[in-house]
Design a protein around this ligand. Structure first.
Ligand SMILES: [Cu+2]
Length: 691
């Protein structure tokens, strides 16, 4: 009950937020940083470094940290929660990575120069973004409009041009990273056709200590979008997106990506005129097919193992608005994940197990969300959603072969590592989630909110069904990673307080939350890290009770009309209450302090990014151990000599400091580094030219 104390300390503060997404969502709003949540932000406005992927970009938002396993594939963490605890989508398509070792969380597939807008909602403040997602929502979107008339993209000027062409180029001295991007929009009356693409490549970056861990990557992305504004103003749009990743090094994992390819198809119909009960309506359909191959010999010469994998998802949502304060909807998604573990045994490559044994999870949800104006300044919002989650593992009983004792069924592994005979079978979860939030506006710069939410998340394919085996001897047991088909859904109950106010001439906003989690899904070893070289050293799963609390705080002060100072702080504290130990993968106090000079044509900034020492860790499975604190400095500048040219340049990690975020994984390759360190100094730049 320690956290109660903290609520009282900060409990007098309160906050702002426009959580409820504008249903019709037609025009991209100007970048809004409202309260603690970023509801919409144009990606070009977060431009104080060249981000390698979506996860890297999100680090610019206070309260989002990343788990680093290599040079690419940074795994965003919001309030101590990552991966399957965050609902991520690309242009509305829900994306599940194809790697059980988390090489490719959804944000990995967002080549950020190809997207226009990013939306982040921390925690459960809306029920309209899919089942579960207790950590929050991350959406990457392209926003395209017809060019003719007054509907020019991104501004309100009347445009008579029939096309828009934008090219961009970035470079980073460290790793010799570069990205080339092209964006082309052709306007045909109220119709439009858009093609955008990018290609990125990077070598191994050098850390502050001069090591070059295996972190190289190559990615490309292209998208074709065709759409139309109908006579009534409604929008119809079809998007095809292709993302390809080749030869990505993961110094923090036993294998590397040989390739990860995904095709994503989206269809959207956003109706703005009444139909039946509804004043407006959104219909969206999505499909993604992902293929992934990882091994440990294409990019390194250690041993010989490989795992081909696939993750295919389809689904859709139908949301109707009744007036502008009531929304109801239904959504559905179906994901199938397959992976096969292969290893060289007596010099022949054998298929050992169905690592993801035809893992199928479908989710059908019904939801409603409403905003009630209690007084002109006070809004009471609430939402509720019911999800029916079906799960199955269709290949759990399949035998991959009989040439070796090591070829086993997934079911035999579950049974070997849990009590009794454990087999994967068809099962359902009925989940109930919702929130209620009271928000009061005092004036345009001052408001506060309190919210209470419940979020029920079903276990994912890896937690339920992972079947990664090893030789049955000594230290090899530690390599096993076995899911638990009998896991329960976890239930998050969160109380959150937030505020925004002017305080001694500074614009202050913040939030504090306490998340009480029953049946939290944790990974552990039965030997509890004692490593007795038996079957008990395998990595397995169970439900425990846990508590996560923390806060985010931002203070901004305008020192003159051109100079502003800003401080961002975020803190997370996680406890496994059942096992009486810290939760793993929890960031210590972290944040940044920056000073910026800005005019209409130029901006200059200096920023110190810092994190405290983390002494609270669980190194039995996920954490490397205690992590020292650090401060690293960035310099950056941006120039817009004419409205169609934007040039940015900077130096990141100015002092070439060697450091690692607490969340980074163990360095599996370099004896001189215990974990995957962050990049050392880099001089970087980018040029974007609008024709
Ligand atoms: Cu992988």
């Amino acid at each position: 009950m320690n956290y109660i104390k903290y609520i009282f300390i900060i409990g007098i503060f309160f906050i702002s937020n426009t959580y409820a997404e504008d249903l019709t969502d037609i025009e991209i709003s100007a970048p809004i940083l409202s309260g603690q949540d970023l509801t919409h932000e144009a990606i070009t406005d977060i431009n104080t470094k060249n981000a390698v992927d979506g996860g890297d970009l999100l680090k610019s938002i206070n309260g989002i940290n990343t788990i680093r396993r290599g040079g690419h594939g940074l795994d965003p963490v919001i309030r101590g929660q990552s991966d399957q605890r965050i609902n991520s989508s690309l242009d509305g398509a829900i994306i599940y990575g194809a790697c059980s070792a988390k090489m490719d969380p959804a944000s990995t597939y967002a080549n950020i120069m190809n997207y226009d807008s990013i939306t982040v909602i921390k925690g459960t403040q809306s029920v309209m973004h899919g089942a579960g997602g207790p950590g929050g929502v991350i959406k990457y979107e392209r926003v395209t409009e017809p060019l003719a008339g007054s509907m020019s993209k991104k501004n309100n000027l009347t445009s008579s041009k029939s096309y828009e062409l934008k090219v961009g180029q970035t470079f980073d001295s460290n790793a010799e990273a570069k990205t080339t991007a092209v964006d082309f929009i052709l306007g045909l009356g109220k119709s439009y056709f858009r093609l955008n693409g990018s290609y990125s490549e990077a070598g191994n970056y050098e850390t502050g200590s001069g090591i070059k861990p295996l972190t190289e990557y190559q990615t490309s992305n292209y998208a074709a979008i065709i759409g139309k504004r109908l006579d009534d103003g409604s929008k119809v749009e079809f998007t095809y997106n292709n993302n390809a990743q080749d030869n990505l090094g993961y110094a923090g994992l036993p294998m590397d990506i040989v390739y990860s390819y995904v095709d994503i198809y989206n269809f959207k119909y956003h109706r703005v005129t009444p139909i039946g009960l509804f004043s407006s309506m959104k219909l969206e359909l999505h499909n993604s097919d992902m293929d992934h191959l990882m091994d440990n010999y294409t990019m390194r010469t250690v041993n010989s193992m490989k795992t081909p994998a696939a993750s295919d998802t389809y689904g859709g949502r139908l949301i109707g608005a009744i007036g502008n304060n009531f929304r109801v909807g239904i959504d559905y998604e179906h994901n199938t994940r397959d992976a096969e573990q292969n290893m060289v045994i007596s010099s022949s490559l054998l298929h050992l197990t169905y690592l993801w044994p035809g893992a199928e999870i479908s989710k059908l949800g019904l939801f409603l969300e409403k905003d009630n104006l209690i007084s002109p300044e006070t809004i009471l919002s609430y939402g509720i959603r019911l999800d029916r989650v079906n799960k199955n593992a269709t290949r759990a009983g399949n035998d991959p072969g009989s040439s070796s004792m090591l070829q086993v069924t997934a079911n035999s592994l579950y049974t070997a590592h849990y009590t009794g005979t454990v087999t994967a079978s068809k099962k359902d979860h009925n989940n109930l989630s919702g929130f209620i939030r009271l928000k009061k506006d005092y004036n345009s710069m001052s408001n506060a909110y309190i919210s209470l939410s419940r979020n029920e998340r079903s276990p994912d394919a890896t937690e339920l069904f992972n079947a990664k085996t090893s030789m049955a001897m000594g230290g090899k047991y530690r390599l096993r990673h076995i899911g638990n088909p009998n896991l329960n859904s976890e239930v998050h109950t969160t109380l959150e307080l937030g505020f925004e106010n002017m305080f001694m001439g500074s614009h202050v906003n913040g939030s504090i939350y306490v998340n009480d989690i029953s049946d939290y899904i944790t990974t552990y070893r039965a030997s509890d890290g004692a490593y007795d070289n038996t079957v008990n050293d395998a990595r397995v799963y169970k439900n425990v009770d846990a508590t996560i609390w923390g806060y985010e705080l931002s203070i901004q002060k305008n020192l003159s009309s051109n100079v502003k100072g800003k401080i961002n702080l975020n803190y997370t504290h996680g406890d496994d209450d059942t096992q009486n130990r810290p939760l793993p993968q929890i960031m210590p106090l972290a944040g940044d302090v920056s000073l910026e000079y800005e005019t209409a044509l130029v901006n200059y900034g200096i920023r110190a990014n810092f994190a405290d020492t983390q002494d609270r860790f669980d190194s039995r499975v996920l954490d490397v151990g205690r992590t020292g604190g650090y401060t690293v400095y960035d310099l950056y500048a941006g120039f817009e000599p004419t409205p169609n040219v934007r040039f940015t340049v900077g130096i990141s990690n100015l002092t070439d400091k060697r450091y690692a975020a607490h969340l980074n994984t163990t360095n599996a390759l370099d004896g001189a580094a215990d974990r995957v360190d962050e990049p050392g100094r880099s001089i970087w730049g980018s040029l974007i030219y609008d024709f």
